[in-house]
Design a protein around this ligand. Structure first.
Ligand code: AFP
Length: 345
């Protein structure tokens, strides 16, 4: 009978007597425990009331659903008992101060994938743990992505899964509903450098830059085209579900900037979506890019700023960067030179 190590034992072994690590471990445990509560709410669906009802708008005018706010309040309550000075949440305009003398700041998307509420598809919670700066909450959430001390996400899907990193690889746990503990199922998640699977919302094709259309055209041309291999496509409408799949079986995810109003910097948020996912992906041997440079090298201007996000198989991310920035470097395979893709007029 295989023994699956419990999260608490894993964290205790990692932290030892190191005070800073014990603070991070306590915060990760608090996030895991509140994730278990959100998982139960998600699994109840309509039995827990109309959780998809619109109850407000966030800082950018994005509609807030009941479960968005319920999750937000649950996360804040959980972190109030952890060594956390500031929380930056997608559901709150300004950073929230908790324990001013605490060492950590947590950026969080309490519920990612809200459009999947009520239709029995995956959602999740994404978090990034940073040093709390004496200059306060705003400054703490404007640190470069490589300042992260830990990061992770929970996926509320067929499994309730927790992927996390403390900077020494990416580790995956699954909730054991028999006793409510998270158990380690993969201590060294690894993303293959090449892939035949991409994730993008293809309905936005006409809004993309021509170079990105060329990349997708070449994937769709498959074995008949310059890629000389066929591709598969997935799109779950939930960043955490895509990231979980890519950690498990590889692939590449793209949410680029496009020409729609408000999408000039893409849709996803740098501080509490792209940064934590990028940390996990890089720790698993993958790459995460804005299309012009590494996500983790970006310095945020403000908590809620958006960023184009391309992540997954390292070689594929690097190829996409060449399509976007140096198409001629692709030589005889260079896009845009009169070749007709499946969609291009
Ligand atoms: P919601 O939380 O508003 O559903 O947005 C989810 C998300 O931020 C991310 O998780 C998905 O990958 C992406 O948006 C889906 O965006 P589209 O609805 O434009 O496909």
């Amino acid at each position: 009978m295989t023994h699956f190590k419990e999260l608490s034992d894993w964290l205790q072994h990692w932290a030892g007597d190191d005070t800073a690590r014990r603070d991070i471990a306590a915060t990760l445990m608090a996030l895991a425990e509140v994730g278990t509560k959100i998982s139960t709410l998600v699994a109840a669906g309509p039995l827990a009331g109309d959780q998809s009802g619109i109850v407000g708008e966030n800082s950018d005018g994005d509609l807030q659903k009941l479960l968005d706010l319920t999750s937000h309040h649950a996360v804040i309550a959980a972190l109030a008992d952890a060594p956390v000075a500031y929380v930056g949440s997608e559901e709150a305009e300004e950073p929230i101060s908790l324990r001013p003398d605490a060492a950590l700041a947590v950026a969080v998307d309490p519920l990612d994938g809200s459009s999947n509420i009520g239709i029995n598809l995956p959602m999740g919670t994404i978090f990034s743990i940073l040093p709390a700066l004496a200059a306060g909450g705003e400054a703490s959430f404007r640190q470069i992505g490589r300042s992260q001390l830990a990061a992770g996400f929970l996926v509320y899907g067929p499994m309730t899964e927790l992927a996390l990193t403390v900077g020494d690889g990416t580790h995956v746990f699954v909730l054991d509903r028999r006793d409510g503990t998270f158990r380690l199922v993969n201590d060294t998640a690894s993303i293959a450098h090449a892939t035949e699977e991409f994730a993008i919302n293809a309905s936005n094709y006409r809004h993309w830059d021509e170079t990105l259309r060329a990349y997708i055209d070449d994937c769709l041309a498959g074995d008949d085209g310059v890629r000389t291999k066929d591709f598969n496509m997935r799109w779950y409408g939930s960043l955490v579900a895509e990231a979980s799949r890519i950690l498990a079986r590889g692939g590449v995810f793209l949410y680029p900037s496009d020409q729609r109003q408000g999408y000039g910097e893409g849709r996803l948020r740098l501080v509490y979506e792209a940064n934590p996912v990028a940390f996990l992906v890089e720790q698993a041997g993958g790459a995460a890019s804005t299309g012009a440079g590494a996500i983790l090298d970006q310095v945020p201007d403000e908590l809620h700023q958006r960023v184009p996000l391309i992540f997954g198989a390292r070689e594929e991310v690097e190829r996409i960067e060449r399509y976007l920035n140096d198409p001629q470097s692709l030589g005889e395979n260079a896009p845009l030179f009169g070749r007709r893709g499946l969609f291009r007029a």
